[in-house]
Design a protein around this ligand. Structure first.
Ligand SMILES: [Zn+2]
Ligand SMILES: [Zn+2]
Length: 247
């Protein structure tokens, strides 16, 4: 029997300089669970240091936290990486950190980058400049995500900045994206007209929440056996009855 899983696969925590300081891993998980969301992904900019805390905070709740990251390519295009395990996203983080300019975050200008544990205690501040682009071209990011067994999703392709389309002009099949994401301001009918040429892809839409009240403002439904990357891969490819539905 396939089950329906409500998913919001693009959520920032207080580690992202642009996100609200109230977006602690515990607060994010609690808010998502209260809203009846079954799967979330923690996708901070160029870092995954709050993923473990979010996964631990979810242990006693009926919610799955995927290990994610939103990477900014050298072309300043955002790409979401999704994995089952925190160890894998940390392996990606090692590669991302090795490909960032050695610039410190200016907290006054961009905001604090807080690392917290599952009990809502601050355990550190990330000093790297997470908000900028990495030195990794988009294609290298996609290939690296795949080599680690993850899913690569083109972030908010309808946005006029920081999307693959805004930065590169197009998406081609051989780039290998597993799905394309529309921002929460885009409605399905408009997307079907504007992005008709990409109708062969799985589409998702997510909240891209930076504030607690935005969590779950946009979700998609997965029909699959269990909340794993393997099942989501089947859903993105419409295989064995699995599917993802954005209404
Ligand atoms: Zn983004
Ligand atoms: Zn984002």
């Amino acid at each position: 029997m396939l089950k329906e899983f409500k998913a919001d696969l693009h959520i920032h925590t207080c580690l992202s300089p642009c996100a609200d300081l109230n977006m602690s891993p515990l607060a994010v998980v609690n808010a998502a669970a209260e809203k009846g969301i079954d799967i979330i992904a923690v996708t901070d900019h160029n870092s995954a240091e709050n993923v473990l805390a979010a996964q631990r905070a979810a242990l006693d709740k009926d919610i799955t936290v995927l290990a994610g990251m939103e990477i900014a390519s050298s072309e300043e295009a955002h790409i979401i990486a999704l994995f089952n395990k925190v160890e894998t996203v940390i392996a990606l983080q090692d590669i991302v950190y090795a490909n960032m300019l050695p610039i410190e975050n200016d907290e006054k200008m961009y905001g604090e980058q807080i690392v917290a544990n599952e009990n809502d205690e601050v355990t550190g501040f990330n000093k790297r400049l997470l908000i900028g682009g990495t030195l990794l071209p988009a294609q290298d990011i996609i290939n690296t995500i795949h080599s680690l067994g993850g899913l690569a999703v083109a972030s908010h392709i309808d946005k006029e900045a920081f999307s693959i389309i805004s930065q590169l002009g197009f998406i081609t099949e051989d780039m290998g994206f597993d799905a394309l994401e529309m921002s929460r301001n885009m409605d399905r009918n408009t997307a079907e007209i504007a992005f008709k040429m990409y109708s062969s892809y799985a589409w998702i839409s997510s909240s891209d929440a930076h504030y607690p009240q935005d969590i779950g403002k946009r979700t998609v439904s997965f029909f699959m056996h269990e909340p794993t990357i393997e099942e989501m891969t089947l859903a993105f490819n419409n295989l064995d009855g699995r599917k993802v539905v954005w209404e």
